[in-house]
Design a protein around this ligand. Structure first.
Ligand code: SAM
Length: 221
């Protein structure tokens, strides 16, 4: 499917898929959304001293970039595993402006994240290891993963890609969640929340990022 680069409200760019009428981040601010939903409500909220993160959808690499920056700043050893079925192209990577909006170091980190090899665990920086798995979430066998502390559930919307949000997937994620692990997502749909609860998580609705009233965070008791 064809992808286009678009600008969002806070000046950061994102990708848009016209055929699906879906973008990779909120048009109200890609960087703002990522920072709020995944970093603030997920990574910083979780108390594990050396967390393992699982991301659903590596996409532009924005969540990974912000997490790598924070891991270095806080000297918090972090292992980041990300699943992606459709890696973006070098021409798209070059047009995304996250690094340049943040700092020169961020720009270098952003390239390192993208140009690291798929399916090989790579030390990106002293406190940040990355394992990008080129795979289809709906076919993925979760047994090969370690137990995780934070899940960034960043798939396309449940109305656009319902197969990514079914209960079986939440049950599999629950099975690899450590106790007190957190799953965060921008979606606040009641049915998604009930699927998380039926899978064993305790869920809560939190205020959402700009332009969204609410988001969800689930915790394994
Ligand atoms: C909303 S975007 C989010 C991307 C990313 N977290 C970011 O910050 O750019 C959803 C991502 O899920 C990926 N995706 C779609 N179907 C998938 C599947 N079946 N398995 C794994 N990833 C998939 C898309 O290619 C896209 O990169």
């Amino acid at each position: 499917m064809q992808r286009k680069i678009i600008s969002t409200e806070d000046g950061s760019k994102t990708l848009f898929i016209p055929e699906m009428d879906e973008q990779y981040h909120s048009v109200n601010g890609a960087l703002t959304e990522s920072e709020y939903v995944y970093l603030d409500k997920g990574y910083r909220h979780n108390q594990s001293p050396s967390p393992v993160i699982l991301e659903i959808g590596f996409g532009t690499g924005l969540n990974a970039l912000l997490t790598a920056i924070e891991a270095e700043k806080k000297k918090r050893r972090t292992t980041y595993i990300s699943l992606e079925k459709y890696p973006i192209e070098a021409t798209e990577i070059e047009q995304l402006n996250y690094g340049s909006l943040i700092s020169e170091e961020a720009e270098e980190l952003f390239s390192a994240l993208h140009y690291s090899e798929w399916n090989v665990k790579t030390e990106i920086s002293p406190y940040f290891d990355l394992l990008k798995l080129k795979t289809d979430l709906t076919q993925f066998s979760f047994e090969e993963l370690p137990m995780v502390d934070v899940i960034y559930f960043d798939a396309f919307g449940p109305d656009k890609q319902p197969e990514m949000w079914n209960e079986e997937i939440f049950r599999k994620l629950f099975a690899i969640s450590n106790s007190n692990a957190n799953l965060v997502t921008y979606s606040a749909k009641g049915e998604i929340r009930r699927r998380m609860e039926r899978s064993g998580y305790i869920s809560e609705r939190l205020p959402g990022p700009p332009g969204k009233r609410q988001m969800l965070r689930a915790t394994r008791p």
